[in-house]
Ligand binder design. Structure first.
Ligand code: 5CA
Length: 162
């Protein structure tokens, strides 16, 4: 664990501090770029990794954040029904431009603009989950209720059943 956080991780730490709960960003020596790598690095189940996935709304061209259980895939049709607009994948440039973070480190909070946020209901089953914190090495641990509190996201069934 590094004592001095990189600037992207510091932005996430500052956003967490702004919510007044003592959640701590940690930078790991190993990669946390993917859910599998993050789970190995912190020693949890892949299901306990909260993936922060960015989609692009087709009509209004807005970023949509879906925070997903590490073992699930997103059903884009379910998300579209929930937000009232079709969505597509976001490319790396869109993600960076509209969140301020690069793919592999996109956090659930601290973005450059407020994001419409949906939270996979499956994440609520755990006592502890881990989310990305701005870089492909940075994560923080939190309780699902804290994820709801800091994102203001809507809990929903967003997973693909395939
Ligand atoms: N730090 C880890 C664990 S929290 C992490 O960010 N995992 S993740 O799953 O939330 O982010 C990786 C996701 O980025 C992939 O699941 C995929 O949806 C997306 N992604 C990866 N490469 C690309 C790409 N080239 N273009 C668009 N999206 C991508």
């Amino acid at each position: 664990m590094k004592l001095l956080l990189s600037s992207s991780a510091q932005r996430v730490q500052a956003a967490l501090a702004g919510h007044g709960i003592g959640l701590q960003v940690v930078e790991m020596p190993a990669s946390t770029r993917s859910a599998t790598e993050a789970a190995a690095a912190v020693g949890c189940d892949v299901a306990q990794i909260a993936k922060s996935l960015i989609f692009r709304s087709k009509q209004s061209d807005r970023p949509v954040l879906v925070v997903v259980c590490g073992v699930n895939r997103v059903d884009e049709g379910k998300v579209a029904a929930l937000i009232g607009e079709a969505i597509g994948k976001a490319d790396a440039d869109f993600v960076r431009a509209r969140t301020g973070f690069a793919i592999g480190g996109v956090p659930p909070i601290g973005h450059t603009e407020a994001l419409t946020t949906l939270i996979d209901a499956d994440l609520l089953a755990f006592d502890a989950i881990w989310a990305a914190a701005g870089t492909p090495n940075a994560v923080f641990r939190l309780h699902p209720s804290e994820l709801l509190a800091i994102t203001g996201g809507q809990v929903a069934d967003v997973k693909s059943e395939e």
